[in-house]
Design a protein around this ligand. Structure first.
Ligand SMILES: [Zn+2]
Ligand SMILES: [Zn+2]
Length: 213
């Protein structure tokens, strides 16, 4: 499985634009790509996709983590370039999108082979639990329900191995002991502290980063 960070507060590749928000593309062998979140701005999202060689029309599934504008802002622009993608949105996100299959996520659910939603936690946010060889890799938007609760929910599908995403104000750092790969992205307030504590397993995040799992 391969994850490409498409939208983030920081950039890893010069041609990409940094902006407050988050979006990641999840690619699996012989399966259609899944887009997780859409950043704040449609034009920046589409710019970064173009630079990364991602065709918006190829995306089969779009998952929205939660109803905040820095995760939903690019949705209408991407839908203009994609007539078919199915949506998986938490029940707290109210959208007027019509004309395509929309799954409202409450409980944990299988989205595609080896791709699960934790379900909507804390009535706000869903995260992805990806089943990879080494266990479960979590992709989170802002982690408003708490990183610990997200990892616990993801553990239903296997042993958590790593996480990428916004951790918001998370600072219960010992929870990360059990993981071997940590990518603090987007709104993570304590990036420096996490990097200092887990030097050998933290990788700096940014748009253009590719995570091969
Ligand atoms: Zn948020
Ligand atoms: Zn956010």
């Amino acid at each position: 499985m391969k994850i490409t960070i498409v939208y983030d507060n920081e950039v890893k590749k010069g041609a990409l634009k940094a902006d407050w928000g988050f979006s990641a593309l999840i690619e699996r062998e012989k399966a259609s790509p899944i887009l997780f979140d859409t950043g704040s701005s449609g034009s920046i999202l589409l710019h970064n996709m173009k630079e990364l060689g991602i065709d918006p029309g190829d995306i089969a599934t779009i998952v929205i983590s939660h109803a905040h504008g820095d995760h939903t802002g690019g949705l209408s622009d991407i839908l203009k370039k994609n007539g078919n993608a199915e949506l998986y949105i938490p029940s707290s996100f109210h959208t007027n999108v019509t004309g395509r299959k929309i799954t409202i996520v409450g409980e944990a659910i299988e989205i595609a082979e080896n791709v699960f939603s934790t379900g909507e936690l804390g009535n706000t946010e869903q995260s992805l639990a990806l089943k990879v060889d080494k266990g479960i890799f979590v992709v989170a938007g802002c982690s408003h329900p708490g990183v610990g609760n997200i990892l616990k929910a993801a553990a239903k599908f296997g042993k958590p191995h790593g996480i990428a995403g916004g951790f918001h104000g998370f600072r219960d750092f010992k929870i990360l002991d059990e993981l071997s790969l940590i990518y603090p992205c987007h709104c993570t307030q304590y990036k420096r502290e996490i990097r200092n504590l887990f030097k050998d397993k933290v990788v700096e995040c940014g748009a253009g980063l590719v995570i091969e799992l």
